[in-house]
Design a protein around this ligand. Structure first.
Ligand SMILES: NC(=O)c1ccc[n+]([C@@H]2O[C@H](COP(=O)([O-])OP(=O)(O)OC[C@H]3O[C@@H](n4cnc5c(N)ncnc54)[C@H](OP(=O)(O)O)[C@@H]3O)[C@@H](O)[C@H]2O)c1
Length: 264
């Protein structure tokens, strides 16, 4: 049984993690952290459903007492302080929060010299496997196949293409010995002319309550391969995050990725 502290416990992902904790039985909640202005301070960390017995706090250091591992699904501006608190307490940390600025990432690298730290912008097992499959396909198929990445998300999503789509593009570009910045075709409208050789195209759909879909298309002459991942429930991110947290317990200090957890 691993004792787990959750940063961002009151949010959508934090609550999903607490549901996943109840579901899997391998974890106990050690601490639950929200912002100093949170409306849930002092309440049981499980906001709806059977209580877990741990109250929401804004004191990161106190919430780490007795924890074997911590998970962060909070806000980009809060991550650096959480990582510092984990480093001081010697508690390994999984960072699932996205949109981190370069200074925060630098701070995470510094913390990783003292604790095991896993940077996981997408904790879905399936998406990480999709990335690996796409790399294998890109290497195997070579430059005769055009690469296009399609993604679809709910109408409230603000950024485009999704971070996951961009990450897929980066991995494929690297597999081809290239950099995405020089290969990406983000926009097509009007008389754009024939498709340039070697680029990586992106197409974005937005609508309804789509949780998240990604397809990597390799189109050649006379054949094509399509690799698709469809998320229908955000619990996949919570379950993947717990798998990563269990894997991180007892690891040597260093910076890890989901690919390490999955042995990819
Ligand atoms: N890695 C993945 O696979 C994955 C999947 C989904 C989402 N995400 C990322 O996870 C993050 C959270 O997403 P979400 O949808 O759960 O967001 P959300 O519902 O807005 O929840 C944010 C949480 O962070 C807390 N928080 C905000 N500011 C804080 C601060 N300064 N200090 C401590 N806690 C603070 C909030 O607490 P109060 O408001 O109560 O104070 C709340 O508990 C985002 O970056 C999102 O992109 C990652």
């Amino acid at each position: 049984m691993h004792r787990l502290t959750v940063f961002g416990a009151t949010g959508r992902m934090g609550q999903a993690v607490l549901r996943a904790v109840r579901e899997c039985g391998d974890f106990a909640v050690a601490g639950a952290v929200a912002s100093a202005g949170s409306a849930a301070l002092g309440r049981d960390a499980v906001l709806e459903g059977p209580p877990c017995g741990v109250r929401v706090s804004a004191d990161a250091a106190a919430a780490l007492g007795g924890a074997a591992v911590a998970l962060d699904f909070s806000a980009p501006t809060a991550v650096a302080a959480h990582a510092l608190a984990c480093a001081a307490a010697g508690v390994p940390l999984v960072v699932g929060t996205t949109g981190l600025d370069p200074r925060t990432v630098e701070g995470l690298h510094a913390a990783a010299a003292r604790i095991a730290l896993l940077l996981a912008p997408n904790t879905s097992i399936g998406v990480n496997l999709l990335e690996r499959l796409a790399v294998i396909a890109a290497r195997g198929l070579g430059p005769a196949f055009d690469v296009e990445i399609l993604e679809a998300h709910h109408r409230a999503k603000r950024d485009a293409p999704s971070g996951t789509a961009v990450r897929l593009g980066e991995a494929i570009a690297a597999a081809k010995g290239e950099r995405l910045a020089e290969q990406a075709l983000y926009e097509r409208h009007g008389d754009v002319g024939p498709r340039p050789d070697g680029g990586i195209g992106f197409a974005v759909l937005r609508g309804g309550d789509i949780v998240g879909e990604h397809t990597v298309l390799f189109a050649g002459d006379g054949e094509r391969i399509e690799l698709t991942h469809r998320a229908t429930d955000r619990m996949i991110f919570a379950r993947g995050a717990l798998r990563a947290a269990a894997w991180l317990v007892g690891r040597a200090p260093g910076l890890y990725r989901m690919q390490d957890v999955l042995g990819l």
